[in-house]
Ligand binder design. Sequence first.
Ligand SMILES: Cc1ncc(COP(=O)(O)O)c(C=O)c1O
Length: 392
Amino acid sequence: MELKFARRMDGFEPGIFNVLDDRKNERLAQGKPVYNLSIGTPDFLPEPHIVEALVRAASDPGNYRYSLGETAELTQAVRNWYSWRYGVELAADELMSIYGSQEGLTHVGWALCDPGDVVLVPNPGYPIFEIGPYLCGAECVHYPLLEENNYLPDLEYFDPDLAEKARFMVVSYPANPLCMAAPDGFYPRLIAFAKKYNIVILHDNAYSDIIFDGRVGKSFLAFEGAKEVGVEFNSLSKTYNLTGARVSFVLGNREIVGAFKRLRSQIDYGMFLPVQAAAVAALNGPQDSVERNRAEYQARRDALCGGLRSIGWNVPDSQGSMFVWAPVPEGFSSSVEFCFHLLDRTGLLCTPGSAFGPLGEGHVRFALVRPVPVMDEVVAAVKASGICGGGL
Ligand SMILES: Cc1ncc(COP(=O)(O)O)c(C=O)c1O
């Protein structure tokens, strides 16, 4: 039988990541060191009280039915969380659980746009921002995030014809991969822009708790008028080290949440109850691990960015997120070429900036997923390779 697949599958070639992975495995097979800083999976463990809540709930046979939505305890825990953490009051119908922001951002487009509708996504940006709209046939238009604008969209000079056409715009700070936090003054301007052009804002807030140098991670919903124009995606993945449990939320505009709920009710029977219990324990329980993890990420950032700068590679300090955005040193034709070179010469594996859109070219992304002593080893390996000292 000749199998035929949808044309949309053509956009999902495995490509460069598989090749880099093969090269990494070759090194490991030869007994050579590999420092894998390519993927943003935290190496911290979830707190014991969260695991205990999950295990307790998982040992109750009554918890294996369809949940058909959030439990009352989870809804209340999320409402409390937004109140104490962000100063945002939410009604019960202004939030819904999703299986990770990744899943939510993929599917929300199905509720918001029709094939051919224009959607604005950041460039460089986290790839899922584009994949969701692509799957539902929308036309993704990149808006540039440039260093000279502090990696913020230039709303003042935005093409009005394009803005008129746009159905929604994805915005996310602290930004992956750019590692920039947005100043407070940005959000009122964004909300005014959204109102002027009737554009829904989807704010992805995955990293409000991984933010450095005294900055305070906020919610988009804390700014006046935000609920009128959009929703926020927030995730327990990074703040509570629950990446595999897939616990996230969409919160804000009641009509958008309602429409999305209607759509999801066709495809989803609700989050596994023990995972909901774990989320309640995370949100209602002690919060000291959040600050501990943040401080550890900052120490890793200092070791990596400071260390690389000390050997001549001008890598700026990340303002937030669990990543570092580093310019490719001179002498390389692309971020992919540099990634291979770095892996071969040092064992350090990172992600080429071009994976985040055309404007990501010229940079690579490191994930802060190893402790400080390993970051020191990484810096020593880069130094020994001569990459930053004219030893290309
Ligand atoms: C910007 C951003 N949004 C969303 C996600 C995914 O979050 P979740 O685990 O909730 O799907 C990530 C994960 O790396 C991310 O970097």
